[in-house]
Design a protein around this ligand. Structure first.
Ligand code: FES
Length: 579
């Protein structure tokens, strides 16, 4: 019996490969038969499963099983599932930083979707850069697409205490350096940190981007945040496979879902969940692929009125398994429903706000109500001033309140290597009021804009009980990290930004409520300064391959650090045949 869907009645993109009786159609079908019947090529949507599973991306290594459930759903709905392994990025392993490769993963995925006889795609991601790269690709090729986030790992415990991956690694390693935890105990905790399959269980970048993919409308509502080992994830994957076939029939493409309204909702969600600062760069890049106007100021303005409702590490106490148990993203968004754009739809064609009716908070410790927020303002603040003319960001929820307005003398490091060489030098002149400046870590300078901005404090400060000082960097910070850290300074030092001109001993003023970041050096003196050689050396170093292409074309953080020639989209058409 044929289970051909309604979509069989309308012509499919893949017909350009498979329909007809000429030599080329013969070739395309013949090579793809391999056990499938000829009816597989007669009006049945060809659904790619873009899979970032990889043994070298441990957070995504279970996605093969998820893909099987997607396959079943696609087949059941009358489509043909086609697994498409795509570039995978493991945050903890890839050097010099996974961010260097985000745009490459996006470009390769986009091109393979466009080049192949695909009518729609299910995107499987998890670890930090994978979902942003997949969404950037889907936006640029604009074929019907839907995401299954791979989900967080279960909560690990060490000696009775829950361990948040990332956040607790930073905390425990600082405790070792402060002399309050033994090296042996630190190493014993290693095997307890990663309890199961899945990505980091804190509100780091992976958790944030999975949830924001849902807030954007690109995930079946209620699915994001399902822990990776939870059987409901496979059930949702099956349903997503079915939905992908329906998307082709409805011709519902990312450009219909990813509107300014959906980005508005994502920014509201980002603030309410206390999400990663990395989401700022990723949202800007995805919006850039669609021509949706979204600026740093939009992110600050939209998030400013949104309370922080989720008590998760690194800003709070709990972990992703708790958030799911407490009601998940939809329960959070129900609390701020009036701040959402009611017109933005999800991948099922219905407004996101319609899905909030039945959502409930089941644990008010984990998800706070609007009346009792964790913080009144959960948004990410955007700073400007003569030190960051194109902007910089800070996450006040992860910062120390007493440092949000601060004036201190700069202690400058030209590179992360310079920092490591000098941080524990007994002669380093630094105190609790100093402002640590790290440069050479932007998109071009490193290259790739690594997560190094949350500099560990000098041991001599830790021993005095200091746990936070103001830090300023043109790089990024792990979403699992915390501290009063000013990030994404643009333009970066290697692109001629004023950060390159700061000298140790200069006064810097940070004013988060006033959204200012100022270097107290007269303009005339600043104009006379030249960047240190160490700052420009990294950019001048000869490179080849992707690194060369990246350094020559990467944009600054304030617009998403995409490559200039990847902004926008090319659509799904390829006019020329391969034979
Ligand atoms: Fe993959 Fe944290 S290392 S999500």
């Amino acid at each position: 019996m044929s289970s051909r869907p309604e979509s069989g009645k309308r012509s499919l993109r893949s017909d350009a490969w498979y329909a007809g009786e000429d030599r080329n159609a013969y070739i395309h079908r013949a090579w793809m038969r391999r056990g499938v019947p000829g009816s597989a090529f007669e009006g049945r949507p060809q659904i790619a499963i873009a899979n970032t599973a990889s043994d070298l991306t441990p957070c995504n290594s279970h996605l093969g099983e998820v893909a099987k459930s997607v396959r079943d759903g696609v087949y059941e709905a009358g489509g043909i599932p086609l697994e498409l392994p795509v570039v995978s990025l493991g945050e903890t392993l890839v050097r010099p930083t996974a961010m260097l490769w985000r745009n490459m993963a996006a470009m390769a995925t986009e091109e393979m979707l466009r080049a192949n006889p695909i009518d729609g795609v299910v995107l499987l991601g998890g670890c930090d850069k994978t979902i942003p790269a997949l969404l950037m690709a889907a936006a640029s090729v604009d074929l019907p697409a839907v995401v299954v986030p791979g989900g967080p790992m279960l909560t690990g415990t060490f000696r009775g205490t829950p361990l948040g991956c990332g956040t607790d690694v930073w905390r425990l390693s600082e405790e070792v350096r402060a002399g309050t935890l033994s090296q042996e105990d630190f190493l014993t905790s290693e095997s307890a940190t990663i309890r199961s399959r899945g990505h980091c269980n804190t509100m780091g970048t992976a958790s944030t981007m999975g949830l924001l993919a849902e807030a954007l409308g690109m995930v079946i509502p209620g699915v994001a945040g399902t822990p990776a080992p939870d059987s409901r994830l496979l059930e949702s994957a099956h349903a997503t496979g079915r939905l992908a076939v329906e998307l082709v029939a409805a011709d519902r493409r990312p450009s219909e879902v990813l509107t300014r309204g959906s980005f508005h909702n994502a920014v509201v969600a980002l603030a309410a969940i206390g999400g990663s600062t990395n989401a700022v760069v990723h949202l800007l890049a995805i919006a850039g692929r669609l021509g949706v106007e979204l600026t740093l100021e939009d992110i600050d303005r939209i998030g400013a009125d949104v309370p922080l409702l989720v008590d998760l590490q690194p800003a709070g106490r709990f972990l992703m398994e708790d958030l799911h148990r407490a009601g998940g993203l939809l329960a959070v968004l129900r609390e701020v429903r009036d701040l959402l754009d009611p017109t933005a739809i999800t991948i099922d064609g219905r407004p996101l706000v319609d899905h909030l009716e039945t959502a409930r908070i089941w644990d008010r410790e984990v998800i706070r109500t609007r009346d009792e927020p964790l913080l009144v303002e959960g948004g990410i603040a955007v700073l400007r001033g003569n030190l960051a003319p194109q902007g910089a960001v800070i996450k006040p929820a992860a910062a120390s309140p007493h440092l949000l307005q601060h004036r201190g003398r700069a202690v400058v490091f030209d590179s992360i290597e310079d920092f490591h060489a000098r941080v524990d030098d007994p002669d380093l002149e630094i105190d609790a009021d100093s402002v640590m400046v790290l440069r050479g870590c932007g998109p071009r300078g490193y290259p790739g804009m690594p997560e190094v901005a949350n500099l560990p404090l000098p041991t001599k400060l830790l021993r005095l009980g200091v746990r936070d000082v103001v830090r300023i960097c043109d790089g990024r910070m792990s979403g699992t990290a915390y501290g009063t850290v000013v990030l994404h300074v643009a333009p970066e030092a290697a692109a001629g930004g004023p950060l390159a001109l700061v000298r140790t001993g200069d006064w810097i003023e940070l004013d988060v409520p006033g959204r200012r970041l100022s270097l107290e050096v007269p303009d005339a003196e600043l104009a006379a300064r030249v960047p240190s050689e160490a700052t420009t050396a990294a950019y001048a170093a000869p490179r080849r391959g992707w690194e060369r292409l990246y350094v020559d074309h990467v944009l600054q953080a304030d617009t998403g650090a995409d490559l200039d020639f990847l902004v926008g989209g090319s659509g799904d058409q390829v006019s020329r045949e391969s034979h």
